[in-house]
Design a protein around this ligand. Structure first.
Ligand code: NI
Length: 233
């Protein structure tokens, strides 16, 4: 028994050390290794953490105390217009970071957002669905416009320069990196996969793990909208 504990703590130590090393080598310029470590950790657990129940916890994941995500950004929308967080002020948003060439995860999560908003009925119209591209090199405004319209008529597709996208991702602690798979000629993007509910003040209220069901997402967002409007009145 003691041996098992010893081995599992060794495995945990190696895992943490490995993740720290990865954060160290792959962090963005100007990003602290601690910040990078938190992002990699979120990326790893976001992808691998088992989802409790049928569709994850109904309220989403609470942010740790003292952690604020979201805030200012400067990007370009699917019509080629420059947009900032001020263009969405006073609105709720469901934000997802992904890319249009993603073969499976992004379409699934964007489909979940669209289905949840439809399931919310009139309340769903208070929420703006947003895809922020982590692949601005290929995701031009025109490419995004075509892509987001396939999921939801009101979905916004945001892109920008590599710096603008990296800055927005940093504020949401989104991990992303270009990756080359040997079996593919074109590159792909590795990225963490959370759905962020952003309040009218531009700050993330709660976040949802991958594979949250549309029903659970709709219920949680409806609850947040209700408590959010009570709190601000
Ligand atoms: Ni993806």
């Amino acid at each position: 028994m003691l041996k098992v504990i010893r081995y599992s703590s060794l495995a945990l130590l190696l895992f943490v050390a490995g993740l720290w090393g990865w954060a160290w080598t792959s962090r963005a310029p100007g990003e602290s290794v601690g910040e990078a470590f938190a992002q990699r950790l979120a990326g790893v657990f976001g992808a691998q953490m088992p989802v409790p129940g049928a569709g994850g916890s109904p309220g989403g994941m609470q942010l740790p105390p003292g952690v604020t995500l979201g805030g200012p950004f400067s990007l370009v929308n699917q019509d080629g217009a420059a947009v900032t967080e001020r263009d969405f002020a006073g609105r709720w948003m469901l934000v997802y970071f992904g890319f249009t060439y993603c073969p499976d995860v992004c379409p699934t999560e964007l489909g979940t957002i669209a289905a949840a908003l439809d399931a919310m009925g009139a309340a769903g119209e208070e929420v703006v669905p947003v895809l922020v591209s982590v692949d601005p090199q290929r995701d031009t405004p025109a490419q995004l416009k075509d892509y987001v319209s396939r999921f939801h008529p009101r979905m916004q597709g945001l892109t920008g320069t590599a710096e603008q996208v990296a800055d927005a991702a940093r504020r949401y602690r989104v991990y992303f990196a270009r990756a080359q798979r040997p079996e593919h000629t074109d590159y792909t993007m590795d990225h963490s996969s959370f759905i962020y509910l952003v309040g009218p003040d531009g700050r993330v209220r709660t976040m949802f793990r991958p594979d949250t069901s549309p029903e659970a997402l709709a219920a949680a967002v409806t609850g947040q909208l209700r408590s959010g409007s009570r709190g601000s009145s």
